[in-house]
Design a protein around this ligand. Structure first.
Ligand code: SF4
Length: 329
């Protein structure tokens, strides 16, 4: 896939707290996202994985304009998001929520919920809106009579299809999908993932797909970014990140992932605690959990490099071919 970035995040950070207190001094601050740089290519699906609290939902909210970076820049097709009005941003980027029922107004029929973006963002008249609503429902494999029902009348899978149809209503270029299938049964998950794949091809969409479920991310993503404690620690083509992970944290995630007939390979007494967000450690934040840590990791924060598959680690796992060869071996 050519490097044709639709969205660029450059040195993005999001700090919560830290303001001045009434009686003097500053409130403690939490760096939810730090020094995050990503190029999201037109037409790709970038999966973002990590444990709860790693900052992935904060990234999602900053991309759709529900939250704003406290440092760095986010640009869409070369224009800073801060220069785009709310309406222009909503035309280009839409959010699909984790809980499809909660994201729909229970007092409004689906027709009313889906009409709003058609009226406010596209300015369609009543006749054009009616035609577009039917085509939107057809696109997500739902019958037109569903338009006059209320959210509580739908199963989880149907409600998520409605959520996707609502996101598509404004004809966006980019969908940010925040745990879109984690509330669904496994069989329904597969249907929704197949639907998302079809829609991406049909409408030329780009996806940022956020999930803690590695198998789901592996299924749908072209590239994967692994986040830990507010930073990307590994990024690369999906097949390489899952087939030959480099960062010890990615190894831990893959060893911890439940699978039928497979016991967890992580010891029960393994340290699973994130560092204190109010007092982040120097050097590598994963150090206390890392079996490969050395003194260097305690003082020097590792960085990603510019290679397609890279990890922020001083002692990464390397594929056989990349390992330094001993003299005369
Ligand atoms: Fe482990 Fe050191 Fe790599 Fe951090 S930099 S993941 S502590 S080896």
């Amino acid at each position: 896939m050519p490097d044709d970035p639709l969205l660029i995040l450059e040195g993005v950070e999001r700090v919560f707290g830290g303001g001045r207190k009434l009686l003097g001094g500053h409130a403690p601050s939490v760096h939810a996202v730090q020094d995050l740089s990503l190029r999201i290519r037109r037409g790709e699906t970038l999966g973002v994985v990590g444990e709860s609290g790693c900052g992935k939902t904060t990234v999602a909210r900053m991309i759709v304009g529900l939250d704003h970076p406290t440092g760095g820049a986010v640009t869409l097709d070369g224009t800073p998001l801060s220069d785009l009005g709310q309406k222009a941003l909503a035309r280009r980027i839409q959010y699909v929520f984790q809980d499809p029922i909660a994201s729909l107004n229970p007092r409004k029929t689906i027709r009313k919920s889906l009409e709003a973006p058609l009226r406010h963002l596209l300015g369609l008249d009543a006749e054009a809106r009616a035609a577009r609503l039917e085509s939107l429902l057809a696109a997500v494999n739902l019958a037109p009579e569903f338009l006059d029902r209320y959210p509580h009348e739908f199963s989880g899978g149907q409600a998520q299809r409605i959520g996707i149809a609502r996101a598509l209503a404004a004809e966006p270029a980019l969908l940010v999908l925040d745990e879109p299938v984690s509330a669904l049964d496994v069989s329904v998950q597969a249907q929704v993932l197949t639907l998302l794949d079809d829609l991406k091809d049909r409408f030329g969409l780009t996806y940022v797909f956020i999930s803690h479920d590695l198998s789901v991310v592996e299924t749908i993503s072209d590239r994967v970014a692994v986040m830990y404690f507010g930073r990307v620690v590994e990024i690369g083509p999906s097949r390489q990140v899952f087939g030959a992970p480099r960062h010890p944290y990615t190894h831990l995630l893959l060893r911890s992932a439940p699978a039928p007939g497979k016991k967890s390979q992580v010891p029960e007494d393994a340290n699973t605690e994130l560092p204190d967000p109010y007092n982040p450690p120097p050097g590598c934040a994963f150090r206390a959990r890392c079996p490969r840590a050395t003194d260097l990791c305690a003082t020097d924060r590792p960085k990603l490099d510019a290679t397609p598959h890279t990890s922020a680690c001083h002692h990464p796992h390397l594929p056989e071919d990349d390992r330094p060869r001993r003299p005369n071996s």
